[in-house]
Design a protein around this ligand. Structure first.
Ligand code: ASP
Length: 575
């Protein structure tokens, strides 16, 4: 027997108990006649005191040891440790395994670079904070299973090796050995399968699904990620969202003991863009975007074109710090959104200052101050250009300033639905109409009549759940009428041949009594990030890829043997 109790479970109630413990040496302090060891297992850390003369193996950091001893109350409690009121007086300390000196400090606070942490992930995972993140992730999954099971959902696995799915990102392909020149795609999501499960009469499906998208990586994105994937039949949008709110409530309650207020509010996509410049607005702070076109309409500013949008945000209490250098940086930021510049107006000593002022008359200046309720030391950032770009830039600056100025209270959670997304959008690169979500999304009933004549104004039954500025999930009601589906494909400019090749099997399935259905997918990784309190998605994944899409432990992707390539009929082109 290695142990009879877990280190982190020991408390004052266990005083005088004889214990056998195992774990890793987290810290050791040798005071000559006595040796202190911080012994770590998954449940926590406990202090072990080894007196002179006690049988004790060599002790170094990360050695695996067994301790036999008695629990005693400490003279002075250590409040930083959960077990800080007690310590274990050792009668015997045995070596189970030695360890090389670890290349990183194994503690919540480590100075190791992320590259080192990822390379030695198995050591990084010994840090209590990392185990906490994985525990949160596990808790979320447990709540999902419990809640969905209670609501008559059935968990079903769908294939990993499948045909293309319609999410629109680049896909990971797997060459077929048996059918040379043919490829499977790894699923971007189980979209087609879960819809076919509804046609199959399963009515309520879920799956903790692994998904794959070959996109550029960001702090909140990974090439292989996990979705809580859900599909239901015979529910209206409101019924489905209410059911999902119950799930979110349970997840928050079970994992971090926070009771979210239901029902969640819904805001339209159009409002989200207008007020926050984003379809995933962080609504934990205000700083809304507003129009200034109306005020500047009669004013002649040579570099403003009246056909364009002129919109602004007010940032409070920052004018004195807003130097030329900062304004230059804001202009650079504008360039990232394909806009030429921003105009910054500072309100100092009851006056508005900035290069725009010389074009404005007294009255306009007054109106500008009133409209934005400017106070001493506030600034206005004004952006001019196409509506969407202006909104995106200001939305982005809004988030940056909130972080910089500490406007977001820690440990607050703001959840909302963004609804009524446009059905289609224009792809900027080739000016082609593409589906905003995917081509199986149902247009809103009231938009059906004008779908063909004015597709870009059509709205859809699509909804995203936004938490603290993250898109934590999203879904849609689906088309179940073949004629509407055909119309959508026509609007997207797909030929009959393309439809047949890409989605032929699915169009066939739709013909056999498809129920009205709809679903959603929550990003498990993002939920774990939000609930774990980290803004790095890699923290909540045991073995993540780095920003170059490489697994730093195994160094995948790797070269393979020529014989494997030959078997697959693949020739690698030098470029
Ligand atoms: N398959 C969609 C996605 O991954 C979610 C859904 O519509 O259910 O974004």
């Amino acid at each position: 027997m290695y142990r009879n109790v877990y280190n982190g479970s020991l408390s004052i109630k266990d005083v005088n108990k004889e214990v056998e413990l195992v774990g890793w040496v987290s810290k050791r302090r040798n005071l000559g006649q006595i040796l202190f060891i911080d012994l770590r297992d998954r449940s926590g850390i406990v202090q072990v005191l080894v007196n002179e003369g006690i049988k004790c193996c060599e002790i170094r950091n990360e050695y695996v040891i067994q301790v036999k001893g008695v629990v005693k109350q400490r003279k002075e409690a250590n409040n930083k440790l959960k077990t800080g009121e007690i310590e274990v007086i050792a009668s015997e300390v045995n070596l189970i395994n030695s360890a090389f000196n670890p290349p990183l400090i194994i503690d919540d606070k480590t100075d190791a670079l992320e590259d080192t942490r990822l390379k030695y992930r198995y050591l990084d995972l010994r840090r209590p904070i990392m185990q906490h993140y994985l525990d949160i992730r596990h808790q979320i999954k447990m709540s999902v299973h419990e809640y969905l099971n209670k609501h008559h959902f059935i968990e079903i696995e769908t294939p990993m090796l499948c045909a293309s799915s319609p999410e629109g990102a680049k896909e990971y392909l797997v060459p077929s050995r048996i059918h040379h020149g043919n490829f499977y795609a790894l699923p971007q999501s189980p979209q087609m399968f879960k819809q076919m499960l509804m046609i199959g009469g399963l009515e309520r499906y879920y799956q903790i699904a692994r998904c794959f998208r070959d996109e550029d990586l960001r702090a909140d994105r990974q090439p292989d990620f996990t979705q809580i994937d859900i599909e239901t039949s015979f529910l209206s949008q409101d019924e489905l969202l209410e059911l999902m709110e119950g799930l979110l409530y349970k997840i928050f309650k079970d994992t971090i003991n926070v009771e979210i207020k239901l029902p969640l509010r819904q805001i339209k996509y159009e409002t989200a863009i207008k007020d926050y410049g984003s379809d995933k607005p962080d609504t934990r702070f205000d700083m809304k975007l507003f129009d200034v076109n109306d005020l500047l309409n009669d004013v002649n500013i040579p570099f403003y074109n009246k056909e364009m949008s002129i919109r602004a945000i007010k940032v409070e209490n920052i004018a004195h710090e807003t130097t030329r250098k900062i304004i230059d940086a804001l202009n650079l930021e504008a360039k990232k959104f394909s806009l030429d510049f921003v105009n910054v107006l500072k309100y100092e000593q009851n006056q508005l200052h900035g290069s725009l002022i010389k074009y404005l008359d007294e009255n306009t200046i007054k109106q500008l101050i009133n409209k934005s309720s400017l106070k001493e030391n506030d600034i206005l950032i004004i952006s001019h250009g196409p509506y969407n770009r202006v909104c995106s830039l200001l939305g982005n600056l809004r988030n940056q300033y909130a972080k910089k100025l500490g406007l977001i209270k820690p440990n607050t959670y703001d959840l909302l639905w963004v609804v009524d997304f446009p059905m289609f959008e224009l792809n900027v690169e080739d000016n082609k109409i593409v589906a905003t979500h995917h081509p199986f999304t149902r247009p809103k009933d009231e938009c059906l009549k004008t779908l063909k004549s004015d597709p870009l104004s059509a709205l859809s039954y699509a909804y995203d759940i936004v938490i603290n500025g993250y898109e934590a999930g999203g879904g849609t009601l689906r088309i179940y009428d073949q004629n509407i589906q055909k119309e959508i494909f026509e609007i997207l400019g797909l030929s009959d041949e393309e439809i047949k090749n890409k989605f032929g099997y699915f169009i066939e399935a739709l013909k056999y009594g498809t129920p009205p259905h709809g679903g959603i997918a929550f990003g498990l990784d993002r939920l774990a990030m939000i609930l774990g309190g980290t803004d790095n998605i890699r923290d909540v994944i045991a073995f993540p890829k780095n920003l170059s899409a490489v697994d730093p432990v195994s160094m995948a992707p790797n070269k393979v043997d020529q014989s494997q390539l030959d078997e697959l009929g693949i020739i690698i082109k030098d470029n």
